[in-house]
Design a protein around this ligand. Structure first.
Ligand code: 9MR
Length: 597
């Protein structure tokens, strides 16, 4: 059974796109060699000129609309009705410039003034025609739904039934009803070897472990999307087991992980375990085939503060559902406050990977940002001014969030709730922090030959989430002051992950004519189904290539923005992860909600 949240026409296009992409990869199109999916007569001259890079999904009618064109001699472009020679628009190309991150010489095509819904292609003399893309008022609806549904596909402790998972149905894996206290987590009340139930939650990524630090930012970003744009989610049907109950599906999905997170707090002292994990990563098997013993490992200050922050947020988001979930909101707030107390008594417990554990670390050594974020959320949810004082706001700067740097999340929440804060809150400081960071990103966007704020040093592990988190921070400035450039610079970053990038790849599985096909995601690899599970965003290019020795396939380039390998082996550029999908959920919803109609 197909994913019934896709409209049939859209589904047919996605399937066609996947088949076409598979064919192209089989033909060797996964390298830098810049072949094309649709060769125009003009380009069919045998010269390898590079490709037009474009958001392969498309644009809202009122979005800014840009494409990146190779630096060929042509000085103009035309926009065609898809698959025809019918011109609907023509315009001048910008002057060519070199993007440092990819070493490419490129020009820009701006067709923002075209607003009529339809399917289009861009044509430039001497280059293959672009991928087909749409202009449509609902162009990101299926993308947003699939990016949330991806979390459902990564649920631990539940059988995925065909009526919800279609052909990706699978047996229950990792019940986690009997996990062991690891010696690193032993306490008097829970000595090593004690059995604890810690079911539910999402697998972190391509692996099957569950990590509190990364769950923190991921769950927060979903809850923030809901707090900021409830209208996008209130009637969304994700076709998950809880669909049809009184909660929006996004909140049902978030609750699956929040319920797990609650089990990660030691009820005896309020401290939170860093992770629930095997000792070693599982092999490439389906969840139910992975049966190694699982452990709760070391309580840490970072995990405890991230937990405190998220539970404080969740307590306010779930407060309206007291009838359906009696006592949950109060329980979450109490959990947040006891975690905060533990962290203040244990302010510097850094994660130390035990000698017998080899899974992911999320070993954050800088904790001022976690303290600030937890304090901000507790202040917002309780209105207790002591938390605002603890935040030490004048010392807290703003930055693009990542699992290891959550300063920005404090400012996002304070800005969103600014009208409900007590008088102790410095409103000018909140606006200043939001605008200053956004203006830095705007400065990079303005001079970028690709017109994206991603610079060479932003190509880190999970670079696509850097792009989307940059977009999320730009959108906070747009929400505060409505300056159009913040919206347009955010759109550029969604365009970037959907194809306007140096690899000509839409990094979201199942979306776009040439999308990621072989993510480092155990279920996608082990299920025997040719295409990947849809809706996951790949980590993206980064020059570290830490997986090189595990890959027989060769990276096509060492350049930051081109160092991407669409191969299962590539955990450093092609893994999926909950903290990378969450800002995709946020940005695809936000652009839908904020772009003028
Ligand atoms: O996202 C993490 C990245 O910032 C680190 O550089 C990398 C190596 O430590 O680990 C990434 O997180 C991985 C985690 O440790 C285990 N699950 C998969 C995550 C994504 O690759």
């Amino acid at each position: 059974m197909p994913f019934i949240f896709f409209a049939p026409a859209r589904l047919a296009r996605i399937i066609a796109a996947i088949s076409l992409s598979s064919f192209l990869v089989a033909c060797g199109n996964s390298s830098d060699s810049d072949n094309s999916s649709s060769i125009s007569a003009a380009a069919n001259s045998g010269t390898n000129t590079g490709l037009i890079k474009i958001n392969q999904l498309g644009f809202l009618p009122e979005s800014a609309k840009l494409a990146v064109v190779p630096g060929v001699a042509a000085s103009s472009f035309t926009l065609l009705k898809a698959g025809s020679d019918t011109e609907v628009f023509s315009g001048a190309l910008s002057v060519a410039a070199i993007w440092d991150a990819s070493g490419e010489n490129v020009k820009l095509a701006d067709f923002s003034s075209v607003k009529t819904p339809g399917d289009y292609q861009l044509r430039v003399e001497g280059v293959a025609d672009s991928h087909i893309f749409s202009i449509a008022p609902d162009v990101y609806s299926a993308l947003n739904a699939a990016s949330i549904k991806a979390f459902y596909f990564n649920r631990s402790g539940i059988e995925l039934l065909p009526e919800f998972a279609g052909k990706f149905a699978r047996p229950l894996g990792h019940p986690d009803t009997n996990v062991l206290i690891h010696p690193s987590a032993a306490s008097d009340a829970r000595p090593a070897g004690t059995l604890v139930a810690s079911p539910k939650g999402w697998y972190d990524a391509g692996d099957y472990n569950k990590y509190i630090v990364n769950s923190g930012i991921s769950t927060y970003t979903l809850l923030a999307a809901y707090e900021h744009f409830p209208e996008i989610f209130n009637n969304q049907n994700l076709v998950i087991p809880e669909s049809g109950n009184a909660l929006p599906d996004l909140l049902d999905e978030a609750l699956w992980n929040l319920e797990w997170m609650l089990t990660m707090q030691d009820p005896n002292d309020g401290g939170v375990y860093h992770k629930l994990t095997n000792k070693n990563f599982d092999g490439t098997v389906m969840p139910h085939q992975a049966t190694s013993e699982r452990y709760l490992v070391q309580k840490t200050t970072a995990a405890t503060l991230d937990f405190a922050a998220v539970m404080a947020v969740a307590s306010r988001v779930f407060a309206p559902y007291e009838t359906q979930l009696p006592g949950l909101s109060a329980k979450m707030l109490a959990a947040a406050e006891s975690a905060w107390a533990w962290a203040n008594t244990n302010p510097a417990v850094i994660y130390q990977q035990p000698a017998d554990v080899f899974t992911g670390q999320y070993g954050d050594k800088t904790l001022a940002d976690e303290f600030a974020w937890a304090a901000a959320e507790l202040y917002i949810s309780t209105q207790k001014e002591g938390y605002y004082t603890a935040l030490k706001p004048t010392n807290v700067f703003n930055s693009v969030p990542s699992w290891g740097d959550v300063h920005g999340l404090a400012w996002v929440s304070l800005a969103h709730h600014r009208n409900k804060l007590t008088s102790v809150a410095d409103q000018a400081l909140i606006a200043n922090r939001i605008n200053t960071l956004a203006d830095k990103l705007i400065a990079a966007w303005l001079v970028s030959p690709y017109k994206v704020s991603m610079e060479s040093n932003n190509f880190v592990w999970g670079s696509n989430s850097t792009a989307l988190n940059q977009a999320m921070m730009l959108l906070q400035a747009y929400r505060l002051n409505g300056k159009r450039e913040y919206l347009d610079a955010s759109q550029s970053l969604l365009d970037y992950v959907l194809g306007r990038n140096a690899t000509d790849t839409s990094f979201v599985t199942g979306f776009g004519e040439r999308s990621t096909l072989h993510p480092h995601h155990r279920p996608s690899e082990a299920d025997g189904i040719p295409e990947p599970i849809p809706g996951f965003i790949a980590g993206g290019p980064q020059p570290g290539q830490q997986d090189k020795s595990d890959c027989q396939a060769v990276y096509p380039s060492n350049l930051a923005a081109k160092s991407y390998l669409d191969n299962y082996c590539s955990y450093a550029s092609n893994e999926i992860a909950i903290n990378w999908n969450a800002p995709l959920v946020y940005v695809s919803a936000a652009l839908q909600a904020l772009t003028p109609k």
